[in-house]
Structures are given as structure tokens and as C-alpha cells.
Design a protein around this ligand. Structure first.
Ligand code: FO1
Length: 310
């Protein structure tokens, strides 16, 4: 029986997932991965957040970039450049093997969930990585320059266009991964990782009536702030908040999740906010530099859930 579900996005989510995997066995925690960033590129099915999670749990993540894998070579990209192909999205040679295999297995009719399990098992990952849906949900960033597919906004245009809002295309008709649905009734708690609330966590919450289903489960849902002392540890969260006219504060992330969450983990730099939010809060070190930081934060989140359990 799976006790905990962690909802993850990219790097921040994967770091906490690694910490959780050191405390909880494969039967005790599952990771729900954002697939709103997925896209097809050069004929390959790319699932960046699933892969960040897979590589992190397999201890193969490229820690410098925050995406892709270690021991990478770039012959494919060099050859592609010589041929005048599109090179804005960097696919390393070894990483490419993963995308080629996923694309092939999907073409043969396997679901993204099945493909993800096959690939993660081949990398020796014992914990379940569950794509949020087997249906296509695509994050579109509404910008001052018009709507942009997520990777075009994020990688090609380097988050330069000013953000006006987001759409999760396909989310209303999509079905939450049935393996996630199946484990919900037995959960002891849900952890929302310190990922970007707008483009890493909201895509899952926008699938059908998922937000409502989670809200009414009756188990504690705790979120960890991705905003520390008025800035984001990584990625465009802070820039997005500024452009959306949302004050840059961890409190606003908590407000964003609203009545979905039962608890919010603030960084120690934001201890002044404790007692000012609408939900119970705890203060912890949320910046994860070392493996021990990841394990400690995971332990803190689990204890918090315990303390909130009626
Ligand atoms: N992010 C970049 O900033 N530049 C890239 O060239 C890039 C390539 C890439 C290849 C495979 C992959 O799985 C991820 C990749 N990412 C790249 C990261 C990724 O697009 C984003 O970090 C996530 O979508 C945000 O979570």
C-alpha cells in the first residue's frame, strides 16, 4: 500500500523525491510527474520532468545543467548543427537513446505510464514514477508575444516574453493516471514539492476534477515553498510572479494553493511569515544543496503530515 504521493515538477521536485526515496521504500511513496512540459521534437517524444526524476533517482542526473544526464556526449547535436537542423533544444547522445526508446514503445501502443516504468526499471529505479496522465496535457504560456508552447517559451525563448497566464491544453478532457487514482484512497498524505506552482504543479491539478478530488480526500496535503526570501531558488517562478503582478512572497504561493493544502513549509529565511498564513506552517531549511538536505526536508515534510493527521 502506498502511503504517500509526492507531486513533482523539475529539479526542485526531483531533489525532494530523492530525499523521500531515502526514507520511504518503493511501496511507500510514489511520484506523480508533471507532463505538461512534454513535447515532440525532431520526431522524438520528450518528457523532461519524468526524465529529470528518473535520472535523479538513478543517480545519473546532470547536476550542473539541472536536466539531462551525466557522462553525456554531444555528437548528435554537432552533426545536426552541421546539417542545419534545429539545435535550440539540446539532446545529448545518451539522453537521445532514452527518447528514441520511449518514442518507439509509444508507437507500439504502450502508454506513457508503461514506457516510464520500463525505462526507470532499466535504470535500476525501484520507486514508481507515475506520469500525471497518459493523455496529452500541454502547458501553453500566454505571453505578451502570444501563446507559446512551454518548451518554446522556456528553452527556445529563454523565458524572455512577459507572461500573462497559462493554459493546460487537453487537461479538461484528460484522465488522471489511473495508477494515481487507484492509490488515492489509501494515502496517508500528499506532498507538493517545491516546484513552480504555475507550470509544474497546476498542470496535474487542472486534469478534470483532480483538484477537488485531492481536496476532499481527507488526508493532509502539504506544500513546500519554492519561494525563499522573495526569490525563487531556480527557474522562472519569480519572473512569472512579477509579470503576473503577484507579490514575490512565499505567502502568495500558499494563497495560490488555497484550500487545497492543509500545511505549508516555509524556509527559515521566511520565519517572519509564520502565523500570518491561512494554513498551519512550519519553518525548515528548504534549500537543498546536499543529499542530507534533501533527506532532512523529506523527513520534515513527513513529520508535518503526521502532526496534521487527525
Ligand atoms: N533545458 C534547457 O534550458 N535547455 C535545453 O537545451 C534543454 C534540453 C533538454 C533535453 C532533454 C530534457 O529532458 C530536458 C531538457 N531541458 C533543457 C530541460 C527542460 O526542458 C526544462 O527544464 C523542463 O521542462 C522544466 O522543468
Amino acid at each position: 500500500m502506498t502511503d504517500y504521493l509526492a507531486i513533482t515538477g523539475g529539479v526542485g521536485g526531483a531533489k525532494l523525491a530523492l530525499g523521500l526515496s531515502h526514507i520511504l521504500g518503493p511501496g511507500q511513496v510514489a511520484f506523480a510527474a508533471n507532463t505538461g512540459d512534454d513535447f515532440e521534437h525532431l520526431g522524438f517524444a520528450i518528457s523532461p520532468d519524468i526524465d529529470t526524476l528518473t535520472y535523479t533517482l538513478a543517480d545519473l542526473a546532470n547536476k550542473t545543467e539541472g536536466w539531462g544526464r551525466t557522462d553525456e556526449t554531444w555528437d548528435f547535436m554537432e552533426a545536426l548543427q552541421q546539417l542545419g537542423g534545429e539545435t535550440w533544444f539540446k539532446l545529448g547522445d545518451r539522453d537521445l537513446a532514452l527518447h528514441a526508446l520511449r518514442t518507439e514503445l509509444l508507437k507500439r501502443g504502450q502508454t506513457l505510464t508503461e514506457v516510464t516504468r520500463t525505462i526507470s526499471e532499466r535504470f535500476g529505479v525501484a520507486h514508481s514514477i507515475l506520469p500525471m496522465s497518459d493523455d496529452a496535457v500541454r502547458t501553453t504560456v500566454l505571453t505578451a508575444d502570444g501563446p507559446l508552447a512551454f518548451q518554446h517559451y522556456f528553452v527556445r525563448d529563454r523565458c524572455r516574453p512577459a507572461v500573462r497566464g497559462f493554459e493546460f491544453r487537453g487537461a479538461a478532457e484528460a484522465r488522471l493516471n489511473p495508477l494515481i487514482t487507484r492509490l488515492l484512497p489509501d494515502l496517508k498524505g500528499i506532498i507538493i514539492c517545491p516546484s513552480n506552482p504555475f507550470v509544474s504543479i497546476d498542470p496535474l491539478l487542472s486534469i478534470g476534477d483532480t483538484r477537488n478530488v485531492l481536496r476532499t480526500l481527507g488526508v493532509p496535503i502539504v506544500a513546500i515553498s519554492p519561494i525563499v526570501a522573495g526569490t525563487a531558488i531556480k527557474g522562472p517562478t519569480a519572473k512569472m510572479m512579477r509579470e503576473l503582478d503577484i507579490p514575490l512572497s512565499a505567502a502568495k504561493v500558499s494563497e495560490h494553493y488555497g484550500d487545497l493544502i492543509d500545511g505549508f513549509v516555509l524556509d527559515q529565511a521566511d520565519r517572519d511569515l509564520q502565523g500570518t498564513l491561512d494554513v498551519p506552517t512550519i519553518v525548515s531549511q528548504t534549500v537543498m544543496v546536499t543529499l542530507q538536505d534533501r533527506i532532512d526536508l523529506a523527513g520534515t515534510a513527513l513529520e508535518f503530515i503526521d502532526s496534521l493527521t487527525a
